[in-house]
Write a protein that binds this ligand. Structure first.
Ligand code: CA
Length: 221
């Protein structure tokens, strides 16, 4: 999962970025509303975390321009504006949810998961394809309802990227985009190594290679 964090407050931004990284999200952080459009053009994101009071371009305007492009990317507003009218404007403006500062990181994470679940069209709290089940809270995987297996953050992020759309083939660079944020160095064989480890943990057939194109998990068991 790759998240675009738009927050001008350095302390809050750092805290959110570090928390999300710990939870295996790839995070790109910008501090100016004017930079959102080009960031969204340059990279596919799964979610935008959007502060409302921003230099350059106000969060409400940023949201309006995202939606005016018919971009349905999930947007979660993070704001200190606790006035009801601002909140309602955010939701009416096409935000998927909001959290009020100061908030607990656990609450932010839970709301992000809820928004992503709704957008994924799958209300279940776990991801799966009938063979592998992945729990986004514990980051554990299990095969055919077997014992829960802990995954490292990057193993989790890779398997999650594949399980969001079982059957879809993801290329090496598409997988790298889901796992690494800006400025994070990607070793050339990182994806192969993660897949190797996941196969060793979960079984060889779990992740299928499509020669010259990429990798996928089966559509259903
Ligand atoms: Ca702000």
């Amino acid at each position: 999962m790759r998240v675009l964090l738009v927050e001008d407050d350095t302390m809050i931004g750092e805290a959110i970025r570090d928390t999300l990284k710990d939870e295996s999200y790839a995070v790109d952080w910008i501090q100016n509303g004017l930079m959102v459009a080009s960031a969204l053009r340059a990279q596919p994101y799964d979610l935008v975390l959007l502060d409302l009071g921003l230099p350059g371009k106000d969060g409400q305007e940023v949201l309006a321009s995202i939606r005016s492009r018919r971009d349905a990317i999930p947007v979660l507003i993070i704001t200190a504006r606790d006035a009801l009218s601002a909140r309602l404007r955010g939701l009416d403006g096409g935000a998927d949810d909001y959290v009020l500062k100061p908030f607990d990181m656990e609450e932010l994470l839970a709301r992000m998961r809820a928004v992503l679940r709704r957008k994924g069209g799958c209300g279940a709290p776990t991801l799966g394809n009938g063979i592998v089940t992945l729990d986004p809270v514990t980051q554990e995987a299990s095969v055919n309802c077997g014992p829960a297996m802990p995954l490292t953050g990057r193993e989790f992020a890779l398997l999650q990227a594949l399980l969001i759309r079982p059957g879809a083939i993801l290329s090496r660079s598409a997988l790298e985009d889901r796992i690494y944020g800006w400025g994070e160095e990607v070793e050339s064989n990182a994806i192969d190594f993660l897949i190797h480890v996941l196969r060793r943990k979960l079984g060889n057939d779990i992740i299928k290679n499509v020669r010259g194109v990429g990798w996928r998990v089966s559509k259903s068991g």
